[in-house]
Design a protein around this ligand. Structure first.
Ligand SMILES: [Mn+2]
Length: 356
C-alpha cells in the first residue's frame, strides 16, 4: 500500500506539492490534467511536464484521477467510437510514460453530489453534506447553484460552470438510457480499452457512484455489491478494477463496506478511505476520518483491505475545513493530512499485528 494525496495541479489547487511532501508517509500524488476536456487526447509531452513538476518536489505520480469518460461514451452517441479511440491514445501515452493506474467514473451528468458544501459541525469545522429531502425539493439547475462555491477562485471538480451551462442538453442525452443500457455502454467501453491496458499494464479503477443511488431519475449502476461483482465479471480482466471509495459506496446504509472489499479481493486497485456520519436515513455529512467521529468502523475497513491483499495507492478522501483554511470543499490540506496519518497508523498496527 502506498499513501497518496489527490492534487489538482499548481494552477488549480490551494495545496502545494511542498505541503504534500511534508506529510509523513505520503510519497505520491494522484493527479489529473484538470484543463483537459473529456474525450481529448493527452500527449506524452503534457504528461511528462506533469511528471517533471511532481518529481521536482520529491514525489511521484501514483495514478491519474481521473481520465474522464465523455457523455458520448456513457450515452452511446454516434461520436463514441472516436472518443474511445482518443481515450485509448491517452492510455497508450500514459503507459509509455510509466503510469499504470487510471481512475474514472461512469455516472451520467452529475459527478459527486452534495446539497451543502459548508455545513457547520459542533466543533465549528465545516464539511460537505447530503440531504435527500433537499434533493427531492429541488431541480438539477438549482442544485448547480448550490454546488457553486461562493469564492469564484475555488473550483469544484465535476461541477465546472462550462459544463453546467449545457446541462439541459446533457440531461436529454440520457432520456433512453436506463441501467441496462448504461451497463452495456460500460461493457462496450471496457472491452475496447482492455487491449491497450493489457499491453501497458494499466489498471482501470472505476469510482462508485456518489451517493450510491439514482439522483434526479438518472441511472446509476456502480452502487451495490451485486453490481460491482457484475462489473468485474462482465469483463473478466484484472485491468478492469475498482477505485474503492468507502464514503461513496458506504453512503447507502444497505452496503456492507468491509464485506464488499473482501469480495472484490484482487480487483481493488485504488482506495479512497473516509468516514461518513449518518444523521438520519436521509442525511449524511462527511466526518473526520476517525471512526468515533462518524458512523463507519475504519479499523474493520482497513483490516479488510489489508487481509484481501490490497497493495495499490490509497488516499484519504474529502476532509473538513479546519483551522481557518480556505480551499475547495473537501480538498484542503489539514484534515486530509490528519486522515492520512490516522490511516497509516491503523495500517501499521494491522500489519505488525498480523506478522506476530
Ligand atoms: Mn472518492
Amino acid at each position: 500500500m502506498e499513501m497518496t494525496l489527490r492534487w489538482y495541479g499548481s494552477k488549480f489547487d490551494t495545496v502545494t506539492l511542498k505541503d504534500i511532501r511534508q506529510i509523513p508517509g505520503v510519497t505520491g500524488v494522484i493527479t489529473t490534467r484538470y484543463e483537459a476536456a473529456p474525450g481529448e487526447v493527452w500527449t506524452r509531452e503534457q504528461i511528462q511536464a506533469m511528471q517533471d513538476e511532481v518529481a521536482a518536489a520529491g514525489l511521484h505520480i501514483s495514478g491519474i484521477e481521473s481520465v474522464n469518460v465523455s457523455d458520448a461514451i456513457k450515452a452511446a452517441l454516434p461520436e463514441r467510437d472516436q472518443h474511445i479511440e482518443n481515450y485509448i491514445t491517452t492510455l497508450e501515452n500514459l503507459g509509455k510514460q510509466d503510469i499504470h493506474l487510471v481512475c474514472y467514473n461512469f455516472m451520467p451528468v452529475f459527478d459527486w453530489t452534495r446539497t451543502e458544501l459548508a455545513r457547520v459541525r459542533p466543533d465549528k469545522s465545516t464539511t460537505t453534506a447530503y440531504n435527500q429531502k433537499a434533493i427531492d425539493s429541488t431541480t438539477p439547475y438549482e442544485l448547480f447553484d448550490m454546488m457553486t462555491p461562493d469564492d469564484e477562485n475555488v473550483i469544484l471538480p465535476g461541477w465546472e460552470p462550462e459544463r453546467m451551462e449545457t446541462i439541459r442538453e446533457v440531461m436529454k442525452l440520457y432520456q433512453n438510457v436506463g441501467e441496462e443500457e448504461l451497463f452495456a455502454n460500460l461493457k462496450y467501453f471496457l472491452e475496447a480499452i482492455m487491449p491497450v491496458c493489457d499491453k501497458y499494464d494499466i489498471k482501470m479503477a472505476i469510482h462508485p457512484d456518489d451517493p450510491a443511488w439514482s439522483v434526479f431519475g438518472l441511472p446509476r449502476i456502480i452502487n451495490s455489491q451485486e453490481n460491482l461483482l457484475r462489473l468485474i465479471h462482465m469483463v473478466d480482466n484484472v485491468h478492469n478494477g475498482v477505485a474503492f471509495c468507502t464514503g461513496a459506496y458506504g453512503s447507502s446504509p444497505a452496503n456492507n463496506v468491509p464485506e464488499t472489499i473482501r469480495k472484490l479481493a484482487g480487483r481493488i486497485h485504488f482506495a479512497h478511505v473516509r468516514n461518513l456520519k449518518f444523521n438520519s436515513p436521509d442525511d449524511f455529512e462527511e466526518a473526520a476520518h476517525l471512526s468515533s467521529d462518524g458512523s463507519f468502523d475504519m479499523y474493520e475497513i482497513m483490516k479488510a483491505l489489508y487481509e484481501s491483499g490490497f497493495d495499490g495507492p490509497m488516499r484519504p478522501d474529502h476532509g473538513r475545513m479546519i483551522w481557518g483554511e480556505k480551499a475547495m470543499a473537501g480538498y484542503g490540506l489539514y484534515d486530509r493530512a490528519l486522515g492520512a496519518m490516522y490511516l497509516l497508523g491503523l495500517w501499521e498496527a494491522i500489519e505488525k499485528n498480523s506478522k506476530r
